[in-house]
Ligand binder design. Structure first.
Ligand code: NAP
Length: 285
């Protein structure tokens, strides 16, 4: 499918992911980054059914292909879905990667059940805020950590039952007995997160695979995965966004010509929360 891009979102660590730079061991440079997109169908590929030129769409370009920081992007039809006309392209692009990641973590990798205790490390971030909302919608008891007291109320408003301030570099000792623990910060997973999982609980990491020795020391199962899009999850996500049962925050918008600045902003430690977006139609800024 050929998509006319309207908005593309940035996850700065994608520049550290192996598949950004090579595919099956072959150098891919020069690459086009930014894999989270919303736009309209420009051309329907041979043999593709269910889409027509002009349809509003959104999706996630596989990470070993060129991304959506461009006016047009070629996307496998299986990696995109229809976007309701009420869902703004900036919100769809901002939501797609963090929401798909949170959905896959909590509903596909583990089956989070009502009443279970979920701990989200980094509840104020893009993925963390989706984990909090999706965990709350599943009727789990959600505890989220934030590194600053300034974020407590916002994360509570997303559905966290408890918000715990854990300043950077500190180790809380009183977080224990969680059925599911998810790291949405992305650095090396600290030991206290293994200790926070109940025996036979599950620790999910998203940036680095968990440490097997620590997992066995604390008797926890571990999950590490790289998110992918599929039609079922994208349809569920569109429904959640259209019905305002899920919200995504946009931190800043850049025209495509300022893409470098957008990536630098997205990768700045301590920056404002929310997704950094590239807008192809810069008249919308
Ligand atoms: N495996 C996958 O498929 C997948 C998919 C999406 C994302 N990811 C990964 O998930 C991670 C989160 O992505 P994101 O887009 O949600 O990033 P983000 O929006 O920048 O959020 C990161 C969060 O981590 C917190 N944080 C950063 N450094 C910290 C530290 N040293 N100690 C404690 N908290 C810290 C930030 O909060 P404060 O600023 O308040 O500290 C923020 O809440 C990244 O590593 C990304 O690569 C993986």
């Amino acid at each position: 499918m050929l998509v006319r891009v309207e908005a593309a979102a940035i996850t700065a660590p994608e520049l550290t992911w192996a598949e950004t730079w090579e595919s099956d061991g072959v150098d891919r440079t020069p690459i086009i980054p930014s894999h989270e997109f919303a736009g309209t169908v420009a051309e329907v590929g041979d043999g593709v059914e269910g889409f027509a030129a002009g349809d509003p769409v959104f999706g996630l370009v596989p990470f070993d292909r060129d991304g959506a920081a461009a006016e047009f992007v070629a996307v496998p039809a299986s990696s995109m879905g229809h976007r309701s006309s009420s869902v703004d392209p900036t919100i769809a692009a901002a939501a797609v990667l963090p929401a798909l990641t949170a959905w896959e973590a909590l509903h596909d990798r583990v089956k989070l059940a009502a009443g279970q205790r979920l701990l989200v490390r980094g509840g104020a971030g893009a993925v963390g805020s989706m984990l909090t909302q999706i965990g709350h919608a599943a009727d789990a008891h959600v505890t989220a950590t934030v590194s600053s007291a300034d974020d407590v109320e916002r994360v509570r408003s997303l559905g966290a039952d408890e918000v715990v301030v854990v300043p950077r570099g500190s180790d809380p000792e009183d977080l224990r007995g969680f059925d599911v623990v998810v790291d949405a910060v992305g650095d090396r997973i600290p030991r206290w997160m293994y200790a926070a999982a109940a025996p036979h609980g599950t620790l999910i990491s998203l940036q680095f695979p968990p440490d097997d020795e620590l997992a066995s020391e604390y008797g926890v199962s571990t999950v590490f995965f790289v998110v992918s899009a599929d039609a079922r999850r994208l349809a569920e996500l569109d429904d959640l966004l259209a019905n305002r049962r899920l919200t995504a925050e946009v931190a800043s918008l850049f025209p495509l010509e300022r893409g470098r600045e957008a990536f630098e902003t997205a990768g700045t430690p301590g920056r404002r929360h929310g997704k950094v977006l590239l807008l192809v139609r810069a008249d919308r800024i």
